[in-house]
Design a protein around this ligand. Sequence first.
Ligand code: SF4
Length: 612
Amino acid sequence: MVKNMDSILMTTPISSPLHPQANLPLLKGYLISKGFDTTIIDSNILFYHWFLKKTDFSLTMDELYKNPLYIMSYYEKIEKQLYEKSKHYQGLSVGIRYLEMKYDRTDIDEVIRATEDKKANPFINFYDQLIDQRVLSTDVKIIGIAITFQDQIISTFTLANLIRKKMPKVKIVLGGQMITRCYDTMIKNKTICSYFDYLCLWDGEEPLYDIHQKEILNKNIEFINVIDINNENTYIIDRLSKAPKAVDIPTPDFSDINFNDYFFPDMLVPIQTTRGCYGTCEFCAIPFGSNKYRMRSAQSVINDIVKIQKETSKRYGKKATLFKFMEDTSSPILLYEISKEIEKRAIDVKWETFARLEKAFTQEDFMDQLFKGGCRKIHWGLESNDPDILKNMKKKITTSYSDQVLELSAKAGILNFCFILLGFPGETDIERERLTQYIINNKNIHTITPTTFDLTKGSPMQQYFKEDNPYKMTISSPQGFQVRLSYLIDGKNWKANIVSKAHKFMLDVVKERPDIGFMSLIPDQVRSFYCDKYSNKWGQIFVDKFGKQNIKDMLFKTQKYIDAYEKKQEIAPYLLPEPLRREHFRTKEDIKLITSAIIARKQYEKRRIDQV
Ligand code: SF4
């Protein structure tokens, strides 16, 4: 029987299999409110089940609380099986949060080639079966595919390729961060344009609604922030318009999501309290990925939480109690209002979020109120403790009050997760060593994620790049699906240099702060649960109880990785500690890119000399 349906929205592998993403439930919520019949397929999690075949891993919340070593062995078992299954394909390595393939996902021609290579691309067989089982029996008119991460590029075009072949009348719409950041290079390539009909830029709600109005209701719509690839001259691009107002940010609709599918013993529900970021940090492309900054009202957020709790109670026999504010930057005042309301209404909910180290958090009782209103973890963009580096980054924070925020937050019982950015151009070994000591000695920092500097497409540094810059930086113009661009500092490969410094940094921190080391072994999704149960000092509590050997193993593996990196040898990715695992693949890709840029430059210089 043919099922009537206006559209299907799909998210593709690889993203985290521990929880659903917020994007499609938000889009579905919006389209349903406008009267369209839309279904979500999270083909990311379905891919993991298909790829692993037997997913008889089990982990209960009791086990998770009783012994954190269970959780480590649970995810290690999955990683090992993914590693074994990957061997059936040429050049493939699938992990819980990473993907490496034989083909370069940043190169459009390689992506196109990958869509037809069954020996290297597992997504061909997967989508062949999925479309036959779930899509062909519908009369769907529009299929929307969201691409947030680079890991999703090859699977997305594999899916689009098969939809084209099996359902040529269906309109294919692509949207998400990757499309917003790469549409300019994509539309220059005729072949890749044959895989889709529309591109949606920035927030997807209104552009996708306009496409539905045109394709389903036959309305004559003037598109803004929609590229209609079959009518190239008819689109208008205006980032600041076509953004849902704060009051129109929809309630996510999780009715097509089965929380039992995810590799996680409880429900972790993504919702949004804000959109975009109001920061203008030099290195960061996140603000460019959204139309503008908007804050919802505390009341609408609370209504969403209560509604989702009711629905999950009915459907799973227990309500969801852990929420992740899946956004770029929360607003301090809004968090305060939300927490007040949660406390007042005695709503049983815990939440975590992302925030800037703003002075507002230092107000009296502010952090205590957030804790009382359910806050258990905040991801802070600390980046560095060096005033000059922070100034160069245009971070607009100073260590004087960021230290105070971290202290008040820790005292209130909240887990402080800090992002650290190593190797911002100009950073010296002395400054990095001071940062290492600062983190070692700051017990208010409970866990960190260090990353190395990338020149990202859409960041102020890239958008307003000047040849004459204080870092003697040269950059290449973005090609294909490149979002991290190749750059040199003073003609040298800075990235290769800072990667090994970052390895040393992590090793030095973990040696002195095994609690940070231990927390970094545990998936981020679990950390708030432990904070709720055992306080924000659970890293140290577990190190004392279980972890010394794990930390030793981690140090051993890290050292092995550093040696292998320096000797340019391969290493089985599942052996790497979690913070290095993801960085490992990004680094490999970036260094390859920069190396080819250096070779190209040398060839260019040689040609010029030859000409002279
Ligand atoms: S680093 Fe954080 S605060 Fe700065 S622009 Fe990016 S998301 Fe905003």
